[in-house]
Design a protein around this ligand. Structure first.
Ligand code: FAD
Length: 327
């Protein structure tokens, strides 16, 4: 179980200071997701990354949370850097290996540190286990618990999977879960990545028919690297890779495969390695921009870019997509 150290807590505000759902009524939001770096060197570089991302005036930046609370200290540091850079932090939070008491303490700590927005998640079941190894089974429980313990102090986002969560019984059953999250007090949806626009539209129609009225903030992963793209799609999420993206990966395929493209000395096997890596990234950025265009045209409530702590590539995407200039 996760045990966190707490210090004396200042009085926190009675309600989330910035209401993202109110902003969503006025405009389509732009936000980023970052993760706590694993190394001290990475942590040193992060403030610069966050400042660069803040040049685009995102409405918020979210920070991932290691399942089991492994990096909770670093997650809190990152949230503080986000506040310092002048925007709203949204902490991801999972129930994995967390007790009710542990969750309450951690959430109190976040509030005391000025973090009053969360993405309430179950988290992935730990390898070799069949349960969350904590007091709660699902994100629905975390949403209900947070509302019961903290009232309106947090603005709460929840995950939505346009293709259905990998372990759901059916898309309809997964949508019923989303409705339960709303009924338990969630405020808005952050989606899992979805490259299949037709499926996204089907899901959007279905959730609205099921009475889910929460705004939808769409998660988009920039396509920059073959192995990372395949990994994100298939290692956990079971996302459909639509034809054009599959074509790009094939066109620039790193032989023998993108996961083992270099020998023990770090020398690439593919004689065109450097060129292919560069060309794939160019094509991937163009693909990502088209995807952003398609989602913006659908009128979703926000574009949430998984920034992967790579501000240069993300800046290019924002500038070239005209997200902050084209209405
Ligand atoms: P839930 O909504 O609880 O759903 C899990 C499964 O159980 C689904 O199949 C659902 O249909 C089913 N289910 C849910 N509730 C019930 C119920 N009451 N009765 C029966 N069945 C139910 N993971 C991390 O560890 N750290 C992160 O920072 C992180 N960030 C993420 C950010 C985004 C935008 C997204 C979309 C995912 C993120 N994840 C993260 C991954 C997430 O933790 C996994 O997808 C996890 O497997 C499910 O989390 P969930 O909140 O969607 O679970």
């Amino acid at each position: 179980m996760t045990g966190v150290q707490t210090c004396a807590l200042p009085i926190y505000t009675t309600m989330a200071k910035v209401k993202l759902t109110e902003l969503m009524k006025e405009k389509q939001l732009l936000s980023f997701e970052v993760f706590p770096p694993k190394t001290d060197k990475g942590m040193e570089n992060l403030p610069g990354t966050i400042e660069k991302l803040c040049e685009f005036n995102p409405e918020y930046i979210s920070c991932t949370y290691g399942a089991g609370g492994g990096n909770v200290g670093r997650n809190r540091e990152v949230c503080q850097e986000i506040i310092k850079a002048g925007t709203t932090p949204v902490t991801h939070f999972t129930v994995i290996k967390n007790t009710k008491e542990g969750i309450k303490q951690q959430l109190e700590q976040y509030l005391a540190e000025g973090v009053d927005h969360m993405l309430a998640l179950r988290g992935d079941i730990p390898l070799g286990e069949t349960t969350t190894c904590g007091d709660f089974d699902y994100a629905t429980d975390l949403v209900a618990f947070t509302r019961k313990e903290f009232g309106d102090k947090f603005e709460i986002a929840v995950a939505g999977s346009p293709e259905g969560h990998i372990s759901c019984r059916s898309l309809d059953a997964d949508i019923a879960v989303l409705k339960m999250k709303q009924d338990n007090g969630a405020d808005y949806i952050m989606t899992q990545l979805c490259w299949d626009m037709e499926q996204f539209k089907v899901w959007l129609d279905k959730i609205r028919s099921a009475g889910v009225t929460m705004p939808v903030d769409v998660g988009i992963m920039p396509i920059l690297d073959q192995a990372a793209t395949i990994n994100m799609a298939l290692s956990r999420n079971g996302c459909v890779m639509e034809r054009e993206l599959a074509r790009l990966i094939s066109k620039y395929w790193l032989f023998p495969n993108p996961f083992a493209a270099k020998d023990a000395e770090g020398k690439p096997f593919d004689m065109f390695y450097e060129q292919k890596v560069r060309d794939f990234k160019e094509a991937g950025i163009e693909y990502t921009i088209k995807q952003i265009d398609a989602y913006r045209a659908l009128g979703v409530n926000g574009i949430h870019l998984y920034a992967l702590n790579k501000w240069q590539d993300v800046s290019r995407i924002i500038k070239e997509s005209g997200m902050r200039t084209l209405v």
